[in-house]
Design a protein around this ligand. Structure first.
Ligand code: TYD
Length: 331
């Protein structure tokens, strides 16, 4: 959002968000007064609200990022993921189809998805745009379904769509349920760092701004109907990543080297846990010239600094309902 609002003063950007647990208007305080930005509180499950907002604002482009995105929550409540990720996506597709009514010149519906739709890799190989779908969690099953609907609306109705399937993101403002912000918060508070299983699960990490730039690139230059795999060329086993995070945080917090590593606690594995994700981002790189701009150490350092400078934000989002969720997942 910040990238688009500041980079394109001539675009009018409408932010449509239901403001569920991870949505937080505080995150956009620095841009919310800009003349090219409007916020609309709405749920993508509310088809009538979508029609009204689309008719009021007449968007030429829709970037669909609204999703339930946390695997552990999908294991607790799969239906929430079916509603938002599948039915919500179909509602948005219907609203776009109705608004544009076959006049697709200069229009674009961009769907933001995940590499988790491709399932799990062994020790070798990479996901590409042509990898078969093989989702394992209720979350990835719901995102796979949403991708299929987006392609179906292109193939059936000619809707001008593009899709990106991205690897794990990290960066400022990230709700502390995902690995990196959760562990930063726990290190700050000297709480245990719950590493699932043997800790040798592997993820490919991408700095969030680099993901935003990839979306911008595909929205403006991507071929209609095409999919682009987006990744950081940056694979880490969870345990190595956690050790790096502990080292960087000990340095920044002025703690003794090795202090935070003592918080590492191996816990029961996540059911259906995918062993390894890794993206081959050659297509977006060669076709559209996109590549990540920061190294992992740079991105992590910026991210940790942001959380250390925003402890009030962290306290606000980790009170109340967050503690209930935490108890349910971690006991
Ligand atoms: P996560 O951030 O939930 O992203 P995803 O499951 O979508 O890849 O998890 C990243 C990795 O970290 C994944 O292998 C699960 C693991 N993990 C833990 O070991 N402990 C935790 O508390 C969490 C949240 C994740």
């Amino acid at each position: 959002m910040r990238l688009f609002v500041t980079k394109y003063p001539d675009y009018h950007i409408v932010n449509l968000d239901a403001l569920t647990y991870a949505g937080n208007l505080e995150n956009l305080r620095d841009i919310d007064q800009l003349p090219n930005y409007t916020f609309c509180k709405a749920d993508i499950l509310d088809a009538a609200a979508l029609d009204k907002i689309f008719s009021d604002h007449q968007p030429d482009a829709i970037i669909h990022l609204a999703a339930e995105s946390h695997v552990d929550r999908s294991i607790l409540s799969p239906l929430d993921f079916v509603y938002t990720n599948v039915i919500g996506t179909v509602n948005l597709l219907n609203a776009a189809k109705k608004l544009w009514n076959g006049n697709y010149e200069g229009k674009r519906f961009h769907h933001v998805s995940t590499d988790e739709v491709f399932g799990a890799l062994g020790n070798t190989g990479l996901f590409t745009e042509t990898t078969s779908y093989d989702p394992h969690s209720p979350y990835s099953a719901s995102k796979a379904s949403s991708d299929h609907f987006v392609r179906a609306y292109h193939d059936t109705y000619g809707l001008p769509v593009t899709i990106t399937n991205c690897s794990n993101n990290y960066g400022p403002n990230h709700f502390p349920e995902k690995l990196i912000p959760l562990f930063i918060n726990n290190i700050i508070n000297r709480k245990p760092l719950p590493v699932y299983g043997d800790g040798l699960y592997t993820r490919d990490w991408l700095y969030v701004i680099d993901h935003a730039v990839a979306i911008d690139t595909v929205l403006h230059q991507g071929k209609t109907g095409a999919t682009y795999a987006v990744g950081g060329f940056n694979e880490w086993t969870n345990i190595d990543l956690v050790k790096l995070l502990c080292r960087l945080m000990d340095e920044k917090l002025g703690r003794t080297a090795g202090e935070s590593e003592q918080l590492i606690t191996y816990v029961k594995d996540r059911p259906g846990h995918d062993r390894r994700y890794a993206i081959d981002a050659t297509k977006i790189n060669t076709e559209l010239g996109w590549k990540p701009s920061v190294t992992f150490e740079e991105g992590l350092s910026i991210t940790i600094d942001w959380y250390l400078q925003n402890t009030d934000w962290l306290k606000n989002v980790t009170s109340g309902a967050y503690m209930d969720y935490y108890k349910k997942v971690y006991g």
